[in-house]
Design a protein around this ligand. Structure first.
Ligand SMILES: Cc1cc2nc3c(=O)[nH]c(=O)nc-3n(C[C@H](O)[C@H](O)[C@H](O)COP(=O)(O)OP(=O)(O)OC[C@H]3O[C@@H](n4cnc5c(N)ncnc54)[C@H](O)[C@@H]3O)c2cc1C
Length: 501
């Protein structure tokens, strides 16, 4: 008998789930339900036409969501290989300045601080005082993990090991860059498991643990079809695609549509998911469709899943335990003014740590800026467009409460000019007017796994295997395992692993 699987949510997680499910169960019919008119979730690449005052023009590729991938994410490498996207890849070599140079912008100061990228650079000021003593002292600090704790915030973990100023400067900036969240709320065990286990391995010292050879906290699954793509990733820091991150979404959509057993329904909001009186799974959509699949994969945000599941006996624990961050993304394209120095130093971009006094409504609310032209200029047309145009992306929001005045283009540009100024200059530098700018407000786009998340997800998994669901519903996506695209594809690949059909 043909089995029917429904996949809810057409972001990268849901799409990679139907792709892998249709390979695993070639006889099954699979329906994907997505509320928006198109697939991809937060992934969104757009090409815009720009022109400067000297008549130079270009087509610039802008991302309003994710922009780069890490080459250690085997699940993404596998998908790239299986979808035949190898020739579309663009890479940032580890030797390039885009990979080596990253910066910090200290709130209430002008200019950028260079983060060290070699032993020698740790020895030069100001890192010699901001970073080095804390790292050298850490292995000498006594083991201080409180007895019996199974998780804590990244800030609390780093404060214990390195001191509060180090935790605020480096830990909070890192968390702004990945989760757009407050490091005092983020679970270290869920978000940085390798740091948590390094402390255990190093008899209480994270640094010692990281230096000791030991088992990686990442499960070695080893069942990826990679072809020769890993060779291509040698010496690569990050990668993307010539036509942006939507390349992978478009290729997935095209590939799964070739399978007549797969049906993709866009514009259909899932309004309820239940186990009915006949013990069958039942889905109702805004298009008045009623489905009775044998199995369901939910790749929806956890809060949405909670809202569509009726209360007891089918209700599931912990779906609303974590908050989410909202992020404002400002894409900017500037003209390169002949004879003027570049707008920014070569590098990946900069992050801004939590202000000393905490988050306040009077702060600019900026989390960081990516220097896209340095790592992603190969996306722009014609080749060499970076000689005439500079693209950057600023991220705002997360733990800050933004008002329209925070995100007005004039305010954002004023702060950017200050960040890109010489720290010793008396007044901030003048930036040329951008030839293009676009602002996207992404509401609740990144979940923050708070301390206890790993244990809560284990309880959720147990509840899905028992009770009315009896293993017929799997819950995956950014809210469950990890927010990176690699984590999302990995969870899609693993969906349905325990089902027998
Ligand atoms: C600004 C930004 C920058 C990022 N940068 C990076 C990066 O550089 N690298 C990286 O690895 N990661 C990055 N991330 C993280 C990554 O993009 C996300 O974690 C990932 O895209 C989440 O995918 P998902 O499919 O799990 O969720 P989503 O993309 O949220 O997909 C969920 C889907 O469900 C649909 N849906 C919701 N409710 C319903 C309903 N009731 N019925 C039907 N459908 C519904 C939604 O419309 C959506 O399409 C970034 C995220 C953001 C927001």
């Amino acid at each position: 008998m043909n089995r029917h699987i429904a996949v809810l949510g057409g972001g990268l997680t849901g799409l990679s789930s139907i792709y892998h499910l249709s390979r695993r169960f070639p006889g099954a019919s699979i329906t994907l339900l997505e509320q928006k008119p198109s697939l991809g979730g937060w992934v969104s690449s757009e090409r815009v036409q720009v022109r400067d005052a000297n008549g130079n023009s270009a087509e610039i590729l802008l991302e309003s969501g994710p922009r780069t991938l890490r080459p250690n994410a085997e699940s993404i490498l596998e998908l790239t290989h299986l979808l035949g996207l190898k020739d579309s890849i663009i890479t940032t070599p580890t030797t390039s300045s885009a990979a080596k140079n990253r910066y910090l912008q200290i709130p209430e100061t002008h200019g950028l601080l260079t983060l060290p990228n070699s032993v020698l650079s740790v020895l030069s000021p100001p890192m010699r005082t901001l970073l080095l003593p804390h790292v050298l002292k850490e292995p000498l600090r006594r083991a201080n993990r409180p007895k019996g704790i199974t998780d804590e915030s990244l800030d609390s973990f780093m404060t214990r090991r390195f001191g509060a100023s180090f935790a605020r400067l480096f830990g909070s900036a890192l968390v702004h860059g990945i989760y757009a969240a407050d490091s005092r709320k983020l679970s270290v065990r869920a978000a940085f498991p390798s740091l948590w286990t390094a402390e255990e391995r190093g008899w209480g010292s994270m640094v010692r643990g990281l230096l000791m050879p030991g088992k990686s906290s990442k499960p070695q699954l080893g069942d990826y079809e990679l072809g020769d793509i890993q060779d291509m990733m040698k010496g690569v820091s990050v990668f993307s695609f010539r036509d942006g991150m939507s390349t992978i979404i478009n290729a997935l959509e095209e590939r799964v549509k070739q399978n007549p057993a797969v049906r993709i329904v866009c514009g259909a909001t899932v309004e309820s998911l239940n186990v009915n009186d006949e013990n069958c799974l039942e889905i109702r959509t805004s298009t008045s469709e009623v489905l009775h699949p044998d199995y369901v994969v939910s790749a929806l945000p956890l809060q949405t899943l909670d809202a569509i599941i009726p209360s007891s006996p089918a209700s599931l624990p912990h779906l609303t335990a974590n908050p989410t961050s909202s992020v404002t993304v400002v894409n900017l394209v500037f003209p390169r003014v002949p004879g003027q120095p570049p707008l920014h130093p070569a590098g990946f971009g900069y992050l801004i740590p939590r202000p000393f006094a905490g988050y306040s409504p009077s702060d600019p609310g900026i989390l960081g800026t990516v220097f896209d032209s340095c790592s992603l200029s190969a996306q722009d047309r014609p080749a060499g467009a970076a000689a005439h145009f500079t693209k950057m992306t600023m991220m705002l929001g997360g733990p800050y409460s933004l008002t329209p005045s925070h995100t007005s283009i004039n305010t954002v540009l004023k702060h950017l000019a200050s960040h890109l100024s010489d720290p010793d200059a008396e007044s901030p530098r003048q930036l040329p007017d951008p030839v293009f700018h676009r602002t996207h407000h992404h509401k609740s786009c990144i979940p923050t796994p708070t301390p206890g998340h790993v244990d809560r997800m284990a309880e959720l998994s147990a509840a899905l295997n028992a009770g009315p669901w009896k293993g017929r519903l799997e819950v995956i996506g950014a809210g469950v395992r990890g927010v990176s695209l690699g984590d999302c594809v990995e969870s899609g690949k693993r969906s349905g692993e325990r089902w027998s059909m």
